[in-house]
Design a protein around this ligand. Sequence first.
Ligand code: NIG
Ligand code: FE
Length: 400
Amino acid sequence: MSGLLLTGISHLVTNAGPVISDAVVAVEDGRVIYAGSDDDAPGLEGRIHIDCAGKAVIPGFVDAHTHLVFAGDRSAEFARRLGGATYADIAAEGGGILSTVEATRSATEEELFDLTAARVRRMLAAGTTTIEIKSGYGLEPEAELKLLRVARRVGRELPVTVKTTFLGAHSVPTEFKERRDAYIRLLIEEMLPAAAPLSDYCDVFVEDGVFDVDEAREIFTAASRLGLGARVHAEQLSRSGGAMLAAELSASSADHLDNATEEDAAALEESGVAAVLVPGASYTLRSSQAPGPMLWRSGCTVALATDCNPGTSYFESMAPIISLAVVQMGLTPEQAIWAATRGGAVSLGYDEKGLITPGVPADMVVLDAPSPTHIPYRPGTNLVDKVISAGRLVIGHIDV
Ligand code: NIG
Ligand code: FE
C-alpha cells in the first residue's frame, strides 16, 4: 500500500476554503491529492487507512519565530523577575541574552545539536512541522556560524522544515560594550557575508538600548545585498521604530509588536509585512499583549509563534501560544489557528505550507478533539493525536 487515507474527519481546516465536516484527506508521494467531503471523494482505496472519527485535522503548525539553538537556562533570572527585577535591569547588568551567549559559546556544536534536536522532537510531538530558527547567542563570527549550522542540520536530519535567520544583531557582546560601532562593522563586513550561505533571513533586535533604527537599517541593507530577507524584532519593550523600519524595507515580518500603534499597523499592511506575534513572551514578562485584533482588522497578515528562548518565552508548543492569543490577546479561535498555520507560512514566504489542499506537501495534525477550538479551550492538555510531516506519520500510531 502506498499513501495515506484519513477518513471521517469531523472538522477539517484546509485554510483554502470553508471548514469541511465528514471529510477525507488522501496523501500520495508526500503530497495531498484530495481534501474534501467524503461524498465527493474519488476512489481512493489501496492506502493506509487512518480513522479520524470524532477528530479534527488541521495543517501542521508553522512556528515562525524561535531562538532554538542555545545552551543553559535562565530560571534564576526568571525568579528574580518575579521578585521585581525587570528584563532591562538584568540585561544592563550583563545578564539576560549575554548570559545565554556565554553558555552557548562554551557548548560544542554536537552538544548544541543534541539540545536543539530534543527541543524539535518535543515541538513535533506538539504538532509543529515548520520552524524558523534564529542564531543570536553566539555574537562572534564562528559561534554564530555554529548556531546556523546546527539549525540547518536539524532541518536535514529531523522530519521538520527549517528556515534560518542570522541574528548577530541580538545584542552587543560584552567585549564590544565600549566599541559598539566596531561590532556593527564586524557584523556587516565579516559576520554577515560568512553567515549568508547558511541563512534565509537577517533579524535585528530594534529596541532602546540594543540597536537603534539607523544601525538596523545599515545591517538590513547589507543583508539584502547578500540576498537575505528581513525579519525585525520590533516594538517589544518600547515603541522604538522597528515596525516603521520593517515597512520602509518591505521586510518579510515585524515581530513582537507589543507596543505597535494603528499607524504602525497601517504601514505594515501597506508594505505587505507580516505581523508575527509572540504572546508567550508578553506572558512570561507579565507585560501587555500585542494588539492582535487591531493588527488583524487593519488587514495585516497575522502570524503566531512561540519565540522559544530561555529568557522571555520558554514555550516549545504552539497550543499554549494559541490559548494566550485567544484568551489574553483577543483573537478568535479561528483567527488564532489560521495565524499559527497559514499566517506563519505566509510570513516565511511559503506558497504551499499551512494549507491542506491538493498538491501541497502533506503536513497535518490529527487532534484528539472534535474541533480546533479545543486547543485554546483546554490549554493544559496535549491534544495532538498524530502528526504527518511531508506525508509521513511521524507522531502517533495507526490502529489496525
Ligand atoms: O524575542 N527580544 C529579543 N530576543 C528574545 C529574548 C532573548 C533572550 O532573552 O534570550 C525575545 O524575546
Ligand atoms: Fe524573539
